[in-house]
Ligand binder design. Sequence first.
Ligand SMILES: Cc1ncc(COP(=O)(O)O)c(C=O)c1O
Length: 416
Amino acid sequence: MMTAVKNASGGMATPWSKARADFPLYTNGRRKIAYLDSAASSLTPEPVLAAMDAYYRECRANVHRGMYAESEDAGARYDGAREKIAAFLRAAADEIVFTRGTTESLNLLAYSLSRKLGPGDEVVISIMEHHANLVPWQQLAKERGFALEFIPLAADLTLDMRAARALITPKTKIVSVTYASNVLGTVVPVRELADLAHAVGAVMIVDAAQAAGHRPIDVRELDCDFLALSGHKMLGPTGIGVLYGKRGRLEALPPFMFGGDMILDVRKEDSLWNEVPYKFEAGTPNIAGAIGLGAAIDYLGKLGLDAVRSHEREITDYALAALAKIPGVTVYGPPSGSDRAGLVSFTIEGVHPHDAATVFDRQGVCVRGGHHCAMPLLRELGLNGTLRASFGVYTAPEDVDALVAAIIKTKAIFNV
Ligand SMILES: Cc1ncc(COP(=O)(O)O)c(C=O)c1O
């Protein structure tokens, strides 16, 4: 039974109905859609667009370099966004590095941290990692000779913590896991893994791409050393992301890219790096993107992250209950009642996910079909792909109803 998301007449109640009006894809879009692909990229609300537009119109200049008012204004907005993100993660501003997204943050970590790794060392990840948290470690393992270990899943598709305890040993130098699986919705007990990692002196990294903006995150409580997120998955613009690092860890980490603001002094024979976080921000950054991400955090703050989480949870439960009633539909994910991200992966017996997604599109239902950049997980599950419906602050029960109608239509077309 939906409570907080539906009013007595079955329409949407505030604040979600109000939120929906803020998203131009609903108000100005080319057609009426049920947008169910938020795990790939969320929609962007008006205040985020307005903040970026204001930067371009009011103080379009580079940051940190100009000695004039417009540049100082741009710098203040850019570093102001850094402070908002710091508060959002309960971190300090100098622990926030702007990147292009989770993929870049994780590549930066893999390249910089693995410089000290070699034969005999181990990096532990899980079998449900997105390729962004798998392929960099895999390729560097081949180059440097360290081993890559995978924490498996338990039968109920939660992370097998017994196996994790056995895998994390004094040989382990890095543990890098997703906070929430982009395929299964499984939420990982990150703090427990951080304790296991720290007990053997390993570095703990969290891929928060599917968690940030969907639940409150306190990096001190998680006790992770590093955390990566993407702006475009949390109502922000594309091309901007964050790498959080404990200050001491960032200071000890060698830079990954060279040039621009990351430099303090250059001589012919050597160079001196700027202080953190600038040491990791080479070249002109995505100024408008950072400002937009700051505005997204303001927007989420007004809704309240606890409220966002329970809204997405209720929509997820509504979807799980609706899909369970359709013959031939199989849902993949942890059992009901477990902590879950706001997404549902499923298959329709006898229909390839790509074919189903194409039929859905004709009904205005936007979902993702395929391997979701998690091929080892799909192989482990014995699947060539799934359909994935994923939710955001603007998702309404009627979107899930449209999905159910699209599934029934697809079954009729394919005669299954
Ligand atoms: C769990 C997870 N990690 C990493 C990524 C990569 O994010 P981005 O493409 O924004 O770098 C994604 C994107 O889907 C993801 O779901």
